[in-house]
Design a protein around this ligand. Structure first.
Ligand SMILES: NC(=O)c1ccc[n+]([C@@H]2O[C@H](COP(=O)([O-])OP(=O)(O)OC[C@H]3O[C@@H](n4cnc5c(N)ncnc54)[C@H](OP(=O)(O)O)[C@@H]3O)[C@@H](O)[C@H]2O)c1
Length: 246
């Protein structure tokens, strides 16, 4: 296994759920972290928790839907730590709704965060990684990036897009020694359902999500992909609760 110790890793969506769990897992293995999200108080608390254990952790308030802010995030990482080894493009939202409700604003937000946010994350780090001919870009898709569920048309569209974009990136940058990983979680217990605005739909999704597993399960999968030797790329993983059928 390659050493995670001292790897410089940017994590978007680090203020809760899978992103925060990934930060804890990677910090425990000695990575140097840059945490990004919009809620500064959450980032500050997590930084304090991890720094208290002697880890090198910085944060930068960032909206992934802004390319300028993603560029500034990468510049901050380079300024603080001198390099970027890995980015985990994890930030995402899931305001599910059936298409006939025409929740245009929620569709736009999902496209901005789930698709453009990933593209901007790639664009922010790729010049640096290409120049040093090394790096690892990890994009969080979903089981909804493989299957379409009731009310998931737009969310699934964004997560199918994450897989297509990541596969394109893999083919384009393989010769430049840049690793790519798509992680597709099943049901994970996080704050993701909070963004569902239809109360009845939210109640039914909360019910079926009771099978969810801890976000640390995904953090361990991400860690596994990072700690492989540099010539080994874990390109795609699906991680579900054992009892999840679809
Ligand atoms: N939970 C599941 O069952 C599940 C299943 C499959 C895939 N996923 C995917 O896993 C990823 C993480 O979600 P989660 O389950 O951990 O949910 P979560 O607890 O709600 O975390 C989502 C994270 O994304 C951040 N975020 C949202 N909009 C953002 C923006 N515009 N700019 C920057 N950060 C933003 C949030 O931080 P701020 O609000 O502070 O910005 C938060 O840290 C998402 O891509 C999600 O689609 C989750």
């Amino acid at each position: 296994m390659s050493d995670i110790q001292d790897k410089v890793i940017i994590i978007t969506g680090a203020s809760s759920g899978i992103g925060a769990a990934t930060a804890r897992e990677l910090a425990a293995k000695g990575a140097k972290l840059i945490l990004a999200a919009r809620r500064e108080s959450r980032l500050r608390e997590l930084q304090a928790e991890l720094s208290g254990t002697g880890r090198e952790v910085k944060y930068k308030v960032t909206d992934v839907a802004s390319f300028e802010q993603m560029e500034a995030l990468a510049a901050y990482a380079l300024n603080e730590f001198g390099t970027i080894d890995v980015i985990v493009n994890n930030a995402g939202i899931m305001p599910l709704s059936p298409l006939h409700q025409t929740k245009i604003s929620e569709w736009n937000s999902m496209i901005d965060v789930n698709i453009k946010g990933v593209l901007y994350g790639i664009a922010a780090v790729l010049p640096h990684m290409k120049a040093k001919r090394a790096g690892h870009i990890i994009n969080v898709s979903s089981i909804a990036g493989h299957l379409v569920f009731e009310a998931s048309a737009v969310y699934s569209g964004t997560k199918f897009a994450v897989r297509a974009i990541t596969e394109g990136l893999r083919m384009e940058e393989a010769a430049n020694n840049i690793r790519t990983t798509i992680i597709s979680p099943g049901t994970i217990t996080t704050e993701l359902l909070d963004s569902i605005s239809d109360p009845d739909l939210k109640t039914s999704i909360v019910e079926v999500s009771k099978i969810g597993i801890e976000p640390a399960s995904i953090a361990r999968a991400i860690t596994f992909a990072i700690e492989q030797p540099a010539d080994v790329a874990i390109n795609e993983m699906i991680v579900r609760p054992t009892i999840q059928k679809l």
